[in-house]
Design a protein around this ligand. Structure first.
Ligand code: GCW
Length: 695
C-alpha cells in the first residue's frame, strides 16, 4: 500500500500539469506578479467584488470600472455593459492599450463586465482593441436546487447539499461565497435554495434567519434568493384550519409571512411553487384553480416586487396521455394570472427524458409569461457517472419553432421578450451542485452548470463555442486537447440517446432511481404512468406510443405545420418516431433498414461511441492533472459498461416482441435477459460509485 501511495505521489510529482481537484471550476487562477491598476468611479460592495476579481487575475492594461448612466448604458440595462479599450498601440491582451474601460449603468453590469474581461483573457482572446456591448437575454437566470433541509438532494449526485442548515446562521461555510462567485462569473443572478417538494419548515422564523445569512453573502455577487414553498404552509406551519387560497385568514397569513421575509431579505425574489403535482398540496385540494393559488401568492408578493414561478409539471394517473396533461390543465388559465406570475414549464411534455419533443404549452399560451425549466442534474442521463454535455439538448428546445406567431416563434423568442413584452422573463435549471470537492460529481458535469449560465445570458451562443470556452478555462487551450475533447462533448448527448432511448423511446428507466434500464419493470400496485410499458407499448406488431390522431392525438397540441409533421409516420422526424407512433417492427426507415434493425444499430452506435470517448480521453493524459484525468477515466469506464447494459437489456427485452435476430454485424449481447431482470445496477442515492449489481 505504502509503495502504491509513493508511486501515486511520484506520478503526481513528475506529471507536467499542476494538480487540480476540480474545486476551482472554470474560474481564473490567481496571478502572482503582475498587478495592473484597477480603479472604479464609485464604490459599492458589488463593484468591490469586480475590482478584486480583476486585481487577482487580470494581466492586461489598467482597467477602469465606470458606473455611468448614459443613453448607451441605459439601453443595455443594469446588467449590461460596454467594454472599450482606449489609447496605446494595440497588441495581445491589451497591455499596450492605455486602459480598458468597463461601463454600465448598474453595479451588476460592472461585475459581469469584469468577469467577461477575465473570460476573454482566459480563453485567449485578443484584448488589444475591444469594443464590446453585452446584455443578458433573460431578466431572471435562476438555479433551482432540489435540496432538502436535511441536506439530502432529490436527484442530486454530487454529495450533500451545500447549505449546512444546522450551522446557519452562526457558521458560514466559505463555499457559500465561492458558489455566489461562480454564478456571478457566468451571469446567473438568482437561486431557489430548496426543493420544489418543499417542506413548510423553510418558512419558519428560524429558517428564514438562515436564508437571510445566505442572502447577505450572495448580495454583493448580485445573486438573489428565492424559496420553493409548500402550498399548505398556512395549515402545516401556521396552524390554520385550511390553506384554501380564497380564505381571508390564509391570505392574511401569506401577507404576514411575505412581510416577515422582506424584513430580513429586502431583495428577496419570490416563490417557486409545485402544486397539485405528484401528491403535493395545491389549490385544487380546496376546489380552487392554479390561477387562484398563484394569484393569491402573487398579491402577497406584489408590494415588494416579488414574483411567483408556478410550475406546469402536473399529471394525474387517469386515462389521458401524460404528455397531454400540462397543456390541458394550463391553457384554460391563459391570461388569468397576475402580471407577477410566470409559468415554469419543463422543456418536454413528460419529464427531462434524454430526448423529448418540446412541451406544446410553449406554443399555446398567448397572454401568460412562460419560462423553460431545464434539468442540469442528470436524473435521466446517467447521474454524475456519464459524461453528457447538455448544451445541445437545451439548444434543441430553445431553437424549436412553436410556430405560434408564424415561423421564427422559437421557444427562446417566446420566452425572452423578443415576441411578447412581458415584465418578467426567466429561464431556470435544476442544479447539479453538491458539497463534493469538484461541486458537480463528474468533472465534465461542471460544463453543464457553465453552459446553463451562458445560454441563459444568450441562447444564441452555440453549444460548441460554450464548450470551447469552458475547456480553455477549465483545462487548457492546447488544440491537441481541446479539439478532440470538444468533439467528445458535442457528441455525448446523442450517444446517450443512442444507447439509452433512441428513436423517440422514453422512460425505460428502473423504477424510482432512474439510473439503469428496466423496460420490463412492473412494480405491483404502481401507477401505470410510472412504468416503462406505459411509454414503450412493445407488442408483436411494433413499438412506440401512438400519440397521432389515431391514438392519444397529442400531435394536435402542436401548431401547424408541426401537428401534421408529427402526425404522419412518414414525415415524423425519426428521432421522435416512437414518441409519436406505434411503429411496426418491419417499418422501413430512411436508412432502408427495418425499425428493428435500425434500433439495434442505433443502440450499438451508442455503445461504440462510449468506447471512442475512452480512447479520446486516454490520449489526453499528458494535458491533464492526474486527479481529474483518473476521475474521468474511471467514470468513462462505468459509462461504457452501463451502455452495454442498456443495449443488452433493451434489445433482448424488445426482441421478445420483434422475434427477429440482432443483425449479425453488430456486437453480440454479453448479458442474459433473465439475469438482467433479476439484478439492478447498484447505485446509492448520494454517491454513484461503488459500482456493482445487487438483487
Ligand atoms: O422528474 C421528476 C423527479 C422528481 C421531481 C419531479 C419534479 C422534485 O423524478 O424527483 O421532484 O420530477 O420535477 O417535480
Amino acid at each position: 500500500m505504502k509503495q502504491f501511495i509513493a508511486f501515486l505521489f511520484l506520478i503526481g510529482f513528475l506529471h507536467p500539469v499542476m494538480a487540480e481537484d476540480g474545486s476551482r471550476l472554470w474560474l481564473s487562477l490567481p496571478k502572482e506578479n503582475i498587478r495592473p491598476t484597477i480603479t472604479s468611479n464609485k464604490n459599492t460592495a458589488t463593484i468591490e467584488v469586480a475590482v478584486s476579481e480583476l486585481r487577482k487575475a487580470w494581466l492586461g492594461a489598467p482597467v477602469v470600472l465606470n458606473l455611468q448612466k448614459n443613453k448607451e448604458t441605459q439601453a443595455l440595462g443594469e446588467e449590461g455593459f460596454v467594454i472599450r479599450t482606449s489609447g496605446g498601440n494595440h497588441s495581445g491582451n491589451g497591455s499596450a492599450a492605455q486602459s480598458i474601460i468597463i461601463t454600465s449603468c448598474g453595479e451588476a453590469g460592472l461585475l459581469y463586465g469584469a468577469f467577461h474581461l477575465l473570460r476573454l483573457q482566459d480563453t485567449g482572446a485578443d484584448c488589444s482593441s475591444l469594443n464590446i456591448t453585452e446584455r443578458p437575454s433573460y431578466n431572471i437566470r435562476i438555479l433551482n436546487h432540489w435540496d432538502n433541509l436535511d441536506r439530502t438532494i432529490e436527484r442530486g449526485y454530487a454529495g450533500r447539499s451545500l447549505w449546512i442548515w444546522d450551522e446557519l446562521p452562526g457558521t458560514l461555510s466559505p463555499r457559500y461565497e465561492q458558489y455566489a462567485r461562480a454564478n456571478a462569473s457566468i451571469g446567473i443572478n438568482a437561486t431557489v435554495l430548496n426543493n420544489v417538494n418543499a417542506s413548510p419548515q423553510v418558512l419558519s422564523a428560524d429558517y428564514l434567519k438562515k436564508v437571510q445569512a445566505l442572502a447577505d453573502i450572495f448580495r454583493p455577487y448580485h445573486l438573489k434568493v428565492y424559496l420553493a414553498i409548500n402550498f399548505s404552509s398556512p395549515a402545516e406551519l401556521g396552524g390554520l384550519p385550511t390553506s384554501d387560497p380564497l380564505d381571508k385568514e390564509v391570505q392574511k397569513w401569506w401577507k404576514a409571512k411575505v412581510k416577515e421575509i422582506y424584513a430580513l431579505v429586502p431583495d428577496f425574489g419570490g416563490f417557486l411553487v409545485k402544486a397539485n403535482s405528484e401528491g403535493l398540496p395545491g389549490p385544487q385540494d380546496f376546489g380552487r384553480t392554479h390561477a387562484d393559488g398563484a394569484n393569491m401568492l402573487a398579491d402577497a408578493l406584489k408590494p415588494y416586487k416579488g414574483i411567483v414561478m408556478w410550475r406546469a409539471f402536473v399529471y394525474s394517473p387517469g386515462d389521458e396521455d401524460r404528455a397531454k396533461q400540462a397543456y390541458q390543465e394550463f391553457l384554460p388559465f391563459d391570461g388569468k394570472f397576475r402580471d407577477n406570475v410566470i409559468i415554469q414549464i419543463k422543456n418536454g411534455p413528460v419529464d427531462f427524458q434524454p430526448r423529448e419533443p418540446f412541451s406544446p404549452l410553449f406554443g399555446a399560451m398567448k397572454q401568460t409569461p412562460m419560462m423553460a425549466e431545464f434539468q442540469i442534474t442528470q436524473e435521466y442521463l446517467g447521474f454524475s457517472n456519464h459524461l453528457c454535455y447538455l448544451a445541445p439538448m437545451w439548444k434543441e428546445c430553445l431553437d424549436s419553432d412553436t410556430y405560434q406567431l408564424g415561423e421564427g416563434s422559437t421557444i427562446a423568442r417566446m420566452t425572452n421578450g423578443a415576441l411578447y413584452k412581458y415584465p418578467i422573463t426567466a429561464i431556470s435549471g435544476v442544479a447539479n451542485i453538491g458539497d463534493d470537492v469538484n461541486w458537480c460529481g463528474h468533472p465534465f458535469a461542471q460544463s453543464n452548470w457553465y453552459a446553463f449560465g451562458r445560454l441563459a445570458w444568450n441562447p444564441q451562443f452555440t453549444s460548441e463555442a460554450i464548450a470551447d470556452e469552458w475547456i480553455r478555462q477549465t483545462f487548457t487551450s492546447d488544440p491537441d486537447f481541446r479539439e478532440p475533447v470538444k468533439e467528445m462533448m458535442m457528441e455525448s448527448r446523442e450517444a446517450i440517446v443512442d444507447y439509452m432511448m433512441p428513436l423517440g423511446l422514453h422512460h425505460l428507466f428502473a423504477f424510482g432511481h432512474h439510473y439503469g434500464p428496466e423496460p420490463w419493470c412492473n412494480v405491483p400496485g404502481a401507477r401505470a404512468d410510472w412504468l416503462p410499458s406505459y411509454y414503450h407499448k412493445a407488442d408483436e406488431r411494433g413499438l412506440g406510443f401512438d400519440r397521432s390522431s389515431t391514438g392519444s392525438n397529442a400531435t394536435a397540441q402542436y401548431n401547424s405545420p408541426l401537428c401534421d409533421t408529427y402526425d404522419h409516420l412518414e414525415t415524423c422526424p425519426e428521432n421522435l418516431l416512437l414518441w409519436f407512433h406505434h411503429t411496426p417492427w418491419t417499418y422501413k426507415m430512411k436508412s432502408g433498414r427495418t425499425l428493428w434493425d435500425e434500433l439495434c444499430y442505433t443502440y450499438d452506435r451508442g455503445v461504440q461511441q462510449t468506447r471512442k470517448f475512452q480512447q479520446v480521453w486516454d490520449a489526453t493524459a499528458k494535458y491533464v492533472d492526474v486527479q481529474r484525468f483518473t476521475e474521468v477515466q474511471h467514470k468513462l469506464r462505468i459509462q461504457a459498461r452501463d451502455a452495454v447494459w442498456w443495449k443488452d437489456g433493451c434489445l433482448l427485452y424488445f426482441q421478445q416482441f420483434s422475434k427477429r435476430p440482432i443483425p449479425y454485424s453488430i456486437e453480440r449481447p454479453v448479458h442474459n435477459l433473465p439475469d438482467m431482470m433479476q439484478y439492478h445496477i447498484k447505485i446509492s442515492n448520494h454517491e454513484c460509485p461503488p459500482y456493482g449489481f445487487s438483487k
